[in-house]
Ligand binder design. Structure first.
Ligand code: TTP
Ligand code: MG
Length: 355
C-alpha cells in the first residue's frame, strides 16, 4: 500500500535553542559542545558557524582555530530534552503513527490525513509552522513514500526546508546525488567508491546487485536498493506516553509554604501547557516531595472531572501538598504529575451558553 511519510528534523537543534534563549546570539556563529578549552567535541554548530567549516563531532580545539570569534557554550541537556518532549507532543496531535528517532527527529505516517485539499506537503508545512509558533524553533521536513526517501528529503533544503520526493522525481534526484550523500557511505567508503569510478547515484545505479554484493558484501544489497529509492515504510511506533509531569529541585532545602507553593503553581502551568499541546485532560494528579534527608513521598488522587486548566490542576496539587507536607520538614524537590490521560471532550455549545 502506498504511504505518505514525513521526516521532521530540527535545524541545528542545540544551537538554535541557545539562540532562541539568548537573543544576543542570533545571527552569530554559536558552537555547542563539551569543554571549551583544549578538550571535548562539538555537539552542533549554528548555520552561521558552519560557514567556517565547524561541524558536529569535530574537536572543539579545531573549531576554535576555524572560528576563533564564535560563541562557545556548554550543552543544557535538560532543556533540550524537555523541548524535545514538547515537539513530540505536537507531532502526536497529528497522528499516533510516530517513530521518534532522536531528540530532534521523527517519522510520521500521515497517509490517513491526506486528501485532495490537504496534500502531504501542506501537512508538513502545517507541522513546521505549529512547531515554530509554539516552541519558537525552525525545522526541516521531508515527504515521501518511504522512510529512507523522507529522511533524504528533509536534509536537502535545510534550514526551514520542505522537500517532497515522489515517483516522478525520485530517480532524477538520486542519480544526481554525490555518492557520499547516501546513508552508509562514510568518508572512507566514499573515497574507495570514487577510486572505482562510483561518484554519483547514477554510477551506483549502473552496478548490478551481484557486483555490489561481491564488493561490499551485505551492504552491497542495501546500496543497490538505495540507488533505486527502495526502503521500508513501516514505522516502529513508540508506546503512547502515560504521564506528563514536571519537577523542580531547589538550590537549597526550603520549608516556606509560600515559596514552595509558588513553584508548585508554576510547575502546574508548565504541565498544563504540555497537556494543551497533546490536547489531553488528566484523570489523576500526583504530587511528589523529596525531603532534605532524600526520602520521597508521593500522594495522588483521581479527579472528579478530567483536569485541563492550570487553576484546576493547582487546586488538586495544593490539596495534595498540604496532605503530604510535614510542617517541620525541609524539602529539596517538589513535583507534580498528571496521568490517566484522555483526549479532551469538547461540549457542543448551545444557545444557552451565550445567554
Ligand atoms: P542533528 O539533527 O544531526 O544535527 P542538528 O540538528 O544540530 O543540525 P541539522 O540542521 O543538520 O539537523 O543532531 C541533533 C542534535 O543532536 C544536535 O543539535 C546536537 C546533537 N548531536 C550531538 O551531540 N553530537 C553529534 O555528533 C550529532 C550529529 C548531534
Ligand atoms: Mg537536526
Amino acid at each position: 500500500m502506498e504511504r505518505r511519510i514525513i521526516h521532521i528534523d530540527m535545524d541545528a537543534f542545540f544551537a538554535q535553542v541557545e539562540q532562541r534563549d539568548h537573543p544576543e546570539y542570533r545571527g552569530k556563529p554559536v558552537i555547542v559542545g563539551g569543554r571549551t578549552a583544549s578538550r571535548g567535541v562539538v555537539a552542533t554548530a549554528s548555520y552561521e558557524a558552519r560557514k567556517f567549516g565547524v561541524h558536529s563531532a569535530m574537536p572543539t580545539r579545531i573549531a576554535h582555530q576555524l572560528c576563533p570569534d564564535g560563541i562557545y557554550v556548554r550543552p543544557r541537556s535538560d532543556v533540550y530534552k524537555s523541548i524535545s518532549e514538547e515537539i513530540h507532543e505536537i507531532l502526536g496531535t497529528y497522528t499516533s503513527l510516530i517513530e521518534p528517532l532522536s531528540l530532534d527527529e521523527a517519522y510520521l505516517d500521515i497517509t490517513q490525513l491526506v486528501n485532495r485539499d490537504r496534500p502531504a506537503r501542506k501537512i508538513a508545512i502545517e507541522i513546521q509552522r505549529e512547531i515554530y509558533d509554539k516552541v519558537g524553533l525552525t525545522s526541516s521536513a521531508g515527504v515521501s513514500y518511504n522512510k529512507y526517501l523522507a529522511k533524504m528529503a528533509s536534509g536537502m533544503n535545510k534550514p526551514s526546508g520542505t522537500t517532497v520526493i515522489h515517483y516522478d522525481n525520485f530517480q532524477e534526484i538520486l542519480w544526481n546525488l554525490d555518492i557520499g550523500e547516501f546513508p552508509g557511505v562514510g568518508k572512507v567508503t566514499r573515497e574507495k567508491m570514487i577510486r572505482r569510478g562510483i561518484k554519483t547515484g547514477r554510477d551506483l545505479y549502473d552496478l548490478s546487485v551481484d557486483e555490489l554484493v561481491e564488493i561490499y558484501g551485505k551492504r552491497g544489497r542495501s546500496f543497490y536498493n538505495k540507488a533505486r529509492g527502495i526502503g521500508t515504510n513501516e514505522l516502529t511506533v513508540s508506546r503512547e506516553r502515560k504521564s506528563i509531569g514536571k519537577e523542580k529541585t531547589f538550590d537549597y532545602d526550603i520549608n516556606n509554604d509560600e515559596e514552595i507553593l509558588d513553584v508548585l503553581e508554576r510547575l502546574c502551568g508548565e504541565v498544563v501547557r504540555r497537556l494543551d499541546l497533546k490536547d489531553v485532560a488528566a484523570k489523576t494528579v500526583t504530587v511528589k516531595l523529596k525531603t532534605d534527608n532524600y526520602v520521597t513521598h508521593t500522594k495522588q488522587m483521581v479527579t472528579d472531572n478530567p483536569v485541563m486548566t492550570k487553576e484546576e490542576l493547582y487546586q488538586y496539587a495544593y490539596h495534595l501538598y498540604h496532605e503530604l507536607k510535614d510542617a517541620d520538614q525541609y524539602i529539596r524537590l517538589i513535583g507534580v504529575t498528571t496521568s490517566s490521560l484522555e483526549k479532551r471532550q469538547y461540549r457542543n455549545l448551545t444557545i444557552f451558553d451565550f445567554l
